[in-house]
Write a protein that binds this ligand. Structure first.
Ligand code: MG
Ligand code: MG
Length: 296
């Protein structure tokens, strides 16, 4: 995810449209990210620490001839490089959590895991929020709605629509229908040779506003939705973003290529969810409804 006002990133407004060959390279990178998240889904359990998952993720990525994209990342305005392969954000942490060597996961936690890789010159980016054990029903509903909102956004990622259509769809669903809050300071982004390219992809907005999407645009769509109020703050470690009211926050992300008549999802949550279904320590996050036809 890209930081917005918190880091005051310079705007370049340079959009790179991808060829079909480039889109397949991006898909390869995204599928490696999903392999890592599938490993997380298969192994995550109470008592485990984030640092262990992080080590295993880095090994898996390097075994595939790729590089972790977040490790060493220096965002505009940040003073320290991100130290890890995964962002692991627990409960009230929205995103950018640093995997911990001290705090163990516990029953009832929600764990957002975000991963980025660089493979053959192109980036992949995807995220999933996992539910460990006995997560309370209000938080489970936040996860279900946030996951569903991701697909509501993706449905709009079609040639001829505008970036604001994506944000509107996500905001309208999560805020208007369910009373949750869209985080404003962090947004989705273009993906390509750089991890974060233009355009920004906010999870809020007005229908028919913003950049016109054309075939070949590749963007990460990643709703970050708070159970309580929208306000967030940065933790003492200089990275972790937490909800100001300390209520839970959820995050799901796909990288998507804009096609003429449909959105082409380059990442894949299916293997992650198959691993969750086999892991008795985790609770399944069901979609609220099936949305859109994403096949060609
Ligand atoms: Mg992202
Ligand atoms: Mg991500």
């Amino acid at each position: 995810m890209t930081m917005r006002s918190l880091l005051n990133q310079p705007k370049t407004n340079l959009i790179f449209y991808k060829t079909d060959e480039e889109i397949e390279l991006l898909r390869d990178a995204c599928l490696l990210v999903c392999k890592v998240l599938t490993h997380v889904g298969a192994n995550l359990k109470p008592g485990m620490k984030g640092s262990q998952l992080d080590r295993e993720a880095e090994e898996l990525i390097r075994d595939h001839g790729a590089t972790p994209a977040f490790k060493g990342y220096i965002g505009a305005g940040s003073e320290t490089a991100f130290p890890s392969t995964l962002c692991i954000s627990l409960n009230e942490a929205v995103v950018h959590g640093i995997p911990s060597d001290e705090i163990a996961f516990k029953d009832g936690d929600i764990v957002s895991v975000d991963c980025g890789v660089l493979l053959n010159g192109y980036h992949g980016d995807a995220a999933y929020t996992f539910a460990i054990g006995d997560v309370d029903e209000a938080t489970m509903e936040l996860l279900r709605v946030t996951k569903t909102s991701l697909y509501k956004g993706i449905e709009q990622a079609v040639h001829g629509k505008r970036i604001g259509d994506i944000g509107f769809a996500i905001q309208n669903y999560t805020e208007r229908a369910f009373g949750y809050s869209v985080v404003r300071e962090l947004v989705g982004h273009g993906v390509g040779k750089s991890l974060h390219e233009d355009p920004e992809v906010p999870n809020y907005g007005k229908r028919g506003n913003g950049v016109l999407m054309r075939e070949g645009l590749v963007i990460a769509i990643e709703p970050m939705i708070n159970l309580g109020k929208k306000d967030v703050m940065q933790g003492k470690d200089g990275w972790t973003i937490v909800s100001s009211d300390k209520k839970p926050s959820a995050h799901y992300e796909h990288t998507v290529a804009v096609r003429k008549h449909h959105a082409d999802i380059l990442s894949d949550h299916d293997p992650i969810e198959a691993a969750i279904a086999m892991n008795s320590e985790l609770k399944t996050v069901e979609a609220k409804e099936e949305i859109g036809v994403f096949a060609a």
